[in-house]
Design a protein. Structure first.
Length: 422
């Protein structure tokens, strides 16, 4: 097959056509890019669900100071050992809920148990001695009563004989000497009755004194026994008050002296909220203001209280504010529980407010992104803020009621004239 040669003139024409076509395509591409630049807005594109958007509201604005804190007992009880001993067992740990009769620690002390046995023996001996003395005294009292009866009988017999001999002596039937002897015997018998009566009265006083002395001795032994029993009972160290164990100082094997520290108990019946308020906001807080204490982040349990104390000094970067709580608290409330407090400082009757944007500061100006074009775009606007609240801030200028702004972090597109929201 013969070779076919393309003329040079034709080749140059084809090359010119190709160059023209490429140039036209390049111009068309530039035009298309320019059109897209004009049509589509400039700026980054952001997913809507990655943003936090809030709406500006008009109306009553409650100024609140929000601060974290913990629940603290208004009073704590330090449990100490009332008797010396060696710690045998520790029955509680910090955080345990105890009742008044709960045993915290058990001690051992053999000397106290020996003293208890000795006190029981002494008391039994004292009771036996008193019973023996009472029996002896009763026997003596009965003997004296018998002597008195005998003396009375002898006196009555002597009186009757003297009365009978008086007429006989007048008729000289009975000698005067015998009659006088009978009268003397009657008088002696009466004196014997009187003396016996006096002896009985004196014995009664003596009996009462001896029994009183024995009773006092018995009471002393009873008190000694009660003390010994109390000392042995004190080897089981009780809480003495319902509450939560804050700390335990005693350890197994430790020797505790009288008054040695055992544990610290916080009462559940009288708690307060100790809030750590930022120094920049503490100036607005005062005693008597209402406060709402949240027991968890979801705010499911709230307790209403009253501010009772504002510390005059800054400690560890915050100002301590104490909030008094009611007596009856929700279940699960305990000392050292982390809480979040909202203190109602004041109320502005009619103003603009919005959820507090990130990095927004009170009484200052800031750039925020306001939603436009039905919420598909956002543009930066300058806003002047006023008083801040817990999660909201007052708007003084730059926004209107109903405007929506981005309150989450906008640091990734700061300076952009517009952002698109997908």
């Amino acid at each position: 097959m013969p070779d076919f040669q393309i003329p040079e003139r034709v080749q140059r024409r084809v090359l010119r056509q190709r160059r023209a076509t490429l140039a036209a395509l390049a111009v068309l591409g530039l035009a298309l890019v320019a059109a897209l630049v004009v049509i589509l807005p400039s700026g980054p594109s952001v997913a809507r669900d990655s943003l936090v958007i809030a709406q500006v509201r008009q109306g009553r604005f409650l100024v609140r100071v929000q601060a974290p804190g913990v629940l603290r007992p208004r009073g704590e009880r330090f449990v100490t050992a009332s008797v010396p001993g060696v710690v045998a067992r520790v029955l509680v740990r910090p955080g345990d809920v105890v009742t008044r009769s709960s045993v915290l620690v058990r001690l051992v002390n053999p000397h106290l148990r020996s003293a208890l046995i000795a006190a029981q023996s002494d008391l039994a001996d004292a009771k036996a001695t008193r019973a023996s003395l009472a029996a002896t005294l009763d026997n003596t009292r009965l003997t004296l009563a018998a002597e008195r009866a005998t003396a009375r009988a002898a006196a009555e017999a002597a009186a009757l004989r003297a009365q009978a001999e008086r007429g006989l002596a007048a008729e000289h039937v009975v000698a005067q000497l015998d009659y006088r002897k009978t009268i003397l015997e009657a008088a002696t018998a009466r004196e014997q009755v009187a003396l016996t009566q006096q002896r009985i009265a004196a014995f009664a006083r003596n009996q009462a004194a001896q029994l009183a002395a024995q009773q006092a001795r018995l009471a002393a032994f009873q008190a000694a026994l009660a003390e010994a029993q109390a000392n042995v009972a004190s080897l089981a160290v009780g809480a003495g008050e319902a509450g939560v164990v804050q700390s335990v100082a005693a350890q197994p094997g430790q020797t505790l002296a009288l008054g040695g520290a055992v544990a610290k108990i916080a009462s559940l019946a009288d708690l307060k909220a100790a809030l750590d308020v930022a120094p920049s906001e503490a100036g607005e807080v005062a005693s008597g203001q209402s406060a709402s204490i949240r027991l968890n982040d979801q705010g499911e349990s709230r307790i209403t209280g009253i501010v009772t104390r504002v510390s005059p000094a800054v400690e560890h970067g915050s100002v301590r504010v104490d909030v008094k709580l009611p007596t009856h608290l929700p279940p699960g409330t305990r000392p050292d529980l982390a809480v979040l407090g909202d203190i109602d400082v004041t109320t502005i009757a009619n103003t603009l407010s919005v959820a507090r944007p990130v990095d927004a500061r009170p009484d200052s100006a800031a750039i925020v992104y306001r939603l436009v074009d039905g919420g598909h775009k956002a543009i930066p606007v300058r806003v002047r803020f006023g008083t801040t609240s817990a999660n909201a801030i007052q708007v003084l200028a730059g926004l209107h009621a109903g405007d929506r702004i981005i309150v989450s972090d906008t640091g990734s597109f700061v300076g952009k004239p517009m952002i698109r929201i997908r």
